[in-house]
Design a protein around this ligand. Structure first.
Ligand code: C2E
Ligand code: MG
Ligand code: MG
Length: 647
């Protein structure tokens, strides 16, 4: 059968693939310089595969035409081109096996000796080919200038087959390390190539193998080597999905590595000043610099303000050194055309597998630590990463509890110094997670505010409290009102007053039976309508407590200008006053000033008789603290109050 046309087609196809890969698609590709680097570079091996098909098909076609001439003048060239054919053809199966191993990460972390063992059979086959002019073991050309296979040709085929098996073995072994699409592409490529090999092996003079292989490689080029979707359009770096594919591969093959996250903390600020195009220029500038510090294959533009670098084959101290080097660059300004930006960055170092071993968690950690960097910290190492992970778990627990309405509301009594009775209570939310157990409000409320769930939690507690009041005649128990905490973030909502009113009316309770606690903070700026909304609610009959006074951003002017019924002094001021005379004087003066302004003072955190005496002596008229009772579930609260107030 004359199948030379197939070889010509294989030549044309592989030539096309090489030109397309080298010139059109990956013109910026620079092959690694070292031996292991070359053998572990997927694209380098791919180009090698294509070159082997190209050169063996070229040699085969030339050999065919020389054989047609069949004369003593060309017999030398006949030999030459057949040897050339075998040299490149022998390299094909081993390149194929290496290619599969590169796609699914089986070459990662391997030492030089691994590659040398892997190449032994290939080197033996090549030696056999190169010694053929003396041994005629692979092929020979008879006196009529006709080509014949030699006795050792079987060895060549078996060695090729062995490499196909090695490839198939690693293909299945590291199946989980690659996306399904890549797995299917390789499976199809293997089947197509095997069909070609078998046809050529069993049908004499049927040279279709190279053609089938070049078709398989064309599919691989289009589906595996074309990483357009994995290229970030803004910077030209690897995209988020490229990052995820690479991390998955490293995780699935059990590698130890680190991910350095670089967060441009104030990029948003520049986004509000500059055009989108200018921001792109800045990002390109940052990427350009990163590339000058670390190889581009490992740098990814993870999200708008986030870059991630996969650091592989480095010791822990080298990684930290690199992280610090990256950070130091951000002490300078960035210049791009006529733009100048002073970017601030925060760097996090995630060690894998010690700090995390899941790609989803790594992505979450990289996206998370904005708030970490906002307080001036610029580098996040292992301990911080563990705290970030805890925050992520709590975040998940909050979302679940809100979805499943699993939050609980407990009540803590407030005692009046004037009557000696329990006259009020504070409603406090409780989160019990099936896995993490009890999570303190002090830990999860600030997180809920950050992730936008505080409004749901606040409404839930408010509604539960209204329900509690409507079911129990609290006035009869001696309870005038229940304090409910509202976050300033809830006051951002336009609907807040309507919402609270709707709930209250649905339970048929009076606004006077509630008292709303607000902690003022710098974030009062985030709720510019706080004052006007409070005034509106005052006119509807609601009253307010200023919570945690003396901590954070509370100031005296606000006290005069806002109409608070109660001021709750932060428990830490009380606790500090026990061993700090200045704090004690401050506490005493605060209580006196607030009382003189006509407001009630609730001291929270009273645990001992000494503390109680101290605040009562200063004139505090309401007490909340473990000295009387901890926050307790509704039933316990009712029996406590019944019992206490009947004394
Ligand atoms: P907060 O509003 O200042 O509530 C008082 C906190 O002090 C409560 O902590 C209470 O259990 C605790 N406490 C009271 N007396 C004592 C005492 O004698 N000793 C000690 N060690 N602690 C005492 P909790 O329940 O953990 O709440 C912490 C914070 O979480 C609250 O501080 C409040 O800011 C927030 N929070 C709780 N529930 C809600 C809610 O429903 N909505 C909002 N927005 N925030 C809430
Ligand atoms: Mg409170
Ligand atoms: Mg408080």
């Amino acid at each position: 059968m004359n199948t030379v046309a197939f070889e010509v087609a294989a030549f044309a196809l592989s030539l096309f693939c090489i030109v397309y890969s080298v010139i059109v698609k990956r013109s910026q590709y620079t092959p690694p310089r070292d031996f292991i680097g070359k053998l572990s570079s997927q694209h380098f091996i791919f180009l090698n595969l294509l070159s082997n098909v190209l050169l063996s098909s070229l040699a085969s076609v030339v050999g065919y035409f020389l054989e047609m001439r069949g004369s003593a003048e060309v017999v030398f060239f006949q030999h030459f081109f057949h040897i050339l054919y075998y040299v490149y053809h022998t390299a094909l199966p081993v390149s194929f096996a290496l290619y599969i191993m590169n796609v699914n990460g089986a070459t990662l972390g391997r030492k030089k000796s691994f590659f040398l063992y892997l190449l032994t059979l290939f080197l033996l086959s090549e030696m056999l080919v190169l010694s053929n002019p003396f041994t005629h073991l692979v092929f020979y050309i008879d006196d009529s200038f006709i080509y014949h296979r030699g006795p050792m040709i079987l060895f060549q085929y078996l060695s090729g087959l062995a490499y196909v098996f090695v490839g198939v073995f690693f293909f299945f072994k590291n199946k989980a390390a690659i996306p399904k699409k890549d797995f299917l592409t390789i499976a199809i490529a293997i089947i197509v190539a095997l069909i070609g090999i078998l046809l050529q092996a069993f049908i004499p003079n049927c040279s279709v193998e190279l053609f089938f292989e070049s078709v398989a490689f064309l599919a691989m080029m289009l589906l595996l080597e074309d990483r357009t979707a994995e290229t970030d359009p803004t910077t030209g770096s690897g995209s988020r999905s490229a990052f995820i594919r690479n991390v998955t591969k490293l995780l699935e093959t059990g590698q130890k590595f680190s991910v350095i996250g670089i967060k441009l903390i104030n990029l948003e600020f520049y986004s509000s000043l500059f055009s989108g195009q200018d921001i792109d220029l800045i990002l390109q500038k940052v990427y350009g610099w990163l590339v000058s510090v670390y190889p581009s294959d490992y740098i990814f533009h993870f999200r708008n303000e986030d870059f991630a670098i996969i650091v592989y084959n480095h010791t822990e101290s080298e990684v930290e050194e690199l992280a610090n080097e990256l950070l130091s660059k951000f002490e300078h300004t960035w210049q791009s055309e006529d733009l100048t930006a002073r970017l601030e960055a925060g760097v996090s170092v995630i060690r894998i597998p010690e700090d995390s071993d899941s790609v989803a968690e790594i992505s979450q950690i990289l996206s998370a630590p904005n708030s970490w960097f906002n307080n001036g910290q610029r580098i996040c190492l292992s301990d911080d990463i563990n705290l970030i992970k805890r925050d992520l778990l709590i975040e998940k627990a909050i979302r679940l509890a809100v979805d499943e309405r699993r939050l609980k509301v407990w009540y803590q009594p407030i005692w009046s110094a004037e009557t000696g009775k329990i006259v009020a209570a504070e409603a406090l939310v409780r989160l019990f997670d099936p896995v993490m157990g009890h999570i303190s409000s002090e830990e999860f409320i600030p997180l809920a505010e950050k992730i936008g769930l505080i409004s749901d939690i606040g409404s839930f507690v408010y509604e539960e409290t209204c329900d509690f009041i409507s079911r129990n005649d609290i006035g009869k128990l001696g309870i005038e009102y229940i304090e409910v905490n509202l976050s300033v973030y809830q006051f951002v909502e336009d609907e807040i007053i309507d919402k609270l009113e709707r709930i209250r009316k649905a339970y048929g309770i009076r606004p006077e039976q509630l008292n709303l606690e607000i902690t003022e903070s710098a974030s009062s700026d985030e709720a510019p309508n706080l004052n006007s909304r409070m005034l509106e609610m005052n006119s509807l009959g609601y009253s307010f407590s200023l919570d945690d006074y003396g901590s954070g951003y509370s100031n005296l002017i606000r006290l005069i200008n806002s109409k608070y019924k109660n001021v709750k002094i932060d428990k830490y001021i009380l606790w500090n006053s026990e061993n700090n005379k200045d704090s004690a004087r401050l506490l005493d003066s605060l209580i006196k000033i607030i009382r003189s302004l006509g407001m009630n003072v609730i001291q929270e955190g009273v645990e001992t008789e000494v503390q109680l005496k101290r605040v009562l002596d200063s004139g505090c008229n309401l007490i909340q603290g473990y000295y009387f009772c901890k926050p307790v579930p509704e039933d316990e609260f009712i029996s406590f109050v019944k019992n206490f107030n009947s004394k």
